[in-house]
Design a protein around this ligand. Structure first.
Ligand code: GDP
Ligand code: ZN
Length: 446
């Protein structure tokens, strides 16, 4: 895809710095390089030059780097002028490029061109932004894996297997008399099973990657005065939540973004879930209920002395895993512990003495899929999960059509739809709208 215009931007952050970089990409690059630096620098070679204005006056001196397309980040001709990192110097240099026919780049436009020119797929382009925005070292590592193609390779392998299967099925269409037998006798059902299992596995991996990107949303729920706010404080190590012995003090939601070994967690403390006449407190209860629906995990706190309040457990939405926190064991002189079976997890601890908090930390990491380390985890986004989920639905539909012997056309049709869904992830199938949304969140110069 050829872009007719040339874009330019200051690629380094605003303010003072040792080095500042102006980046230019597009067909006018060689003309711009010659005009500013006197002659076109040798490809991919750091070349010392004086950068000159239109009257041949001095703007700055520094290193010029010329990358002829397609062997460049964007796939087009690219010029990097590395000068002194002062805002006015950078402005003058950028102005000079604009005067020579470049236009100011939009946020993310260099990466968008890299995508449009096939240098990166969409997942990798998104990983560029995730890498830059990472707030933890773990985040950087996982975004790096996606950037290196770990996620894309999984999707490609999946797409490849769907294409093979579809070609095989479509060949049955050429032999109408034998088609039913053909499908029944062949390994189509097995191959389809395998593709479904593979999709589920990638979905699971992507889900872990998405949790690590966006953080686990953990809601603390329970009756008033059982120690919810104290638990939030203990997890976040601050006094953000007001802890008082008067029931019903937590009237609004409190949120804390914390990290456990690089795992980002958004902890939400809910108003004591109870019937109340106080309108402010009632609003708090209403919001608490709403947060519950978005949670990855609920910590249901109760007082070890009085036991769980069954009326609260009943109000929890179904389908969200619940960990029961049996708090205040210090008052019973008990030791901390964790009880776990297929459907339930209960941790006995004391927020006041911090005994057993390590069990909770370990369980949160386990829930995020981090207990076995981070090998093989890559960063992913909600949009990828949605596409994988929709792809899976089409595969299940294909299976249904195959089992019901509804004919090879209907099986092939669903396989094609599944393939399209997966193609949205890597950007083989895209809309302007989607691209706009993704790249507009980048910084300028990237
Ligand atoms: P919330 O209403 O559920 O948010 O409860 P709070 O966090 O405000 O705590 C209610 C009271 O219980 C406060 O006086 C806390 O100091 C106390 N508390 C919280 N956790 C413990 C604990 O593990 N042991 C003891 N002895 N007291 C606790
Ligand atoms: Zn509270």
């Amino acid at each position: 895809m050829a872009n007719l215009d040339t874009i330019a931007a200051v690629a380094t952050p605003p303010g003072l710095g040792g080095v500042g970089i102006v980046r230019v990409s597009g067909p006018r690059v060689s003309a711009i390089a010659q005009a500013i630096t006197g002659a076109l620098p040798s490809p991919r070679t750091a070349t010392y030059r004086v950068f000159r204005d239109a009257e041949n006056g001095f703007i700055d001196e520094g290193i010029a780097l010329y990358f002829p397309g397609p062997r460049s980040f964007t796939g087009e001709d690219v010029l990097e002028l590395q000068g002194h990192g002062g805002p006015v110097v950078m402005d003058l240099l950028l102005e000079r490029c604009l005067g020579l026919g470049a236009r100011l780049a939009h946020p993310g436009e260099f990466t968008e061109r890299a995508f449009l020119n096939g240098k990166l797929d969409l997942v990798q382009a998104e990983a560029v932004a995730d890498l830059i925005e990472s707030s933890t070292a773990l985040g950087v590592r996982l975004a790096g894996r996606t950037l290196q193609g770990e996620f894309s390779r999984r999707i490609q392998a999946l797409v490849e297997s769907l294409i093979q299967l579809r070609i095989f099925i479509e060949s049955a269409l050429d032999f109408p008399e034998e088609e039913i037998d053909f499908l029944a006798d062949s390994s189509v059902a097995e191959d389809l099973d395998r593709a479904i299992a593979m999709t589920r596995r990638v979905l699971e991996e992507a889900h872990r990657g998405q949790v690590l990107r966006e953080g686990l949303v953990v809601v603390i729920a329970g009756a008033p005065n059982v120690g919810k706010s104290s638990l939030l404080n203990a997890l976040s190590d601050t006094d953000a939540a007001i802890v008082t012995p008067i029931p019903g003090t937590t009237r609004d939601l409190l949120r804390q973004d914390i990290q456990i070994d690089g795992l980002p967690i958004r902890v939400v403390d809910t108003a004591g879930l109870r019937a109340t006449e106080d309108p402010v407190e009632r609003e708090g209860v209403r919001r608490a209920r709403k947060q519950l629906d978005d949670a990855d995990l609920v910590l249901l706190v109760y007082d070890a002395q009085s036991g769980p309040d069954p009326s609260i457990a009943e109000t929890l939405p179904s389908g969200i895993p619940v960990v029961r926190i049996r708090n205040k064991i210090d008052l019973l002189d008990e030791s901390p512990g964790i009880l776990q079976n297929d459907s339930e997890v209960e941790i006995s601890l004391s927020v006041a003495t911090a005994q057993g908090l390590d069990l909770l930390h370990a369980h949160l990491k386990h829930h995020a899929g981090l207990d076995a380390g981070h090998e093989g985890i890559f960063i992913a986004r909600r949009r990828h999960l949605d596409a994988l989920n929709r792809g899976l639905q089409h595969l299940l539909e294909a299976q249904h059509n195959l089992e019901g012997q509804l004919g090879p056309e209907l099986v092939a049709e669903e396989l094609l739809l599944a393939q399209k869904m997966l193609g949205e992830i890597t950007g083989e199938v895209t809309s302007e709208d989607l691209l706009g949304r993704i790249f507009s969140s980048f910084c300028i110069g990237k």
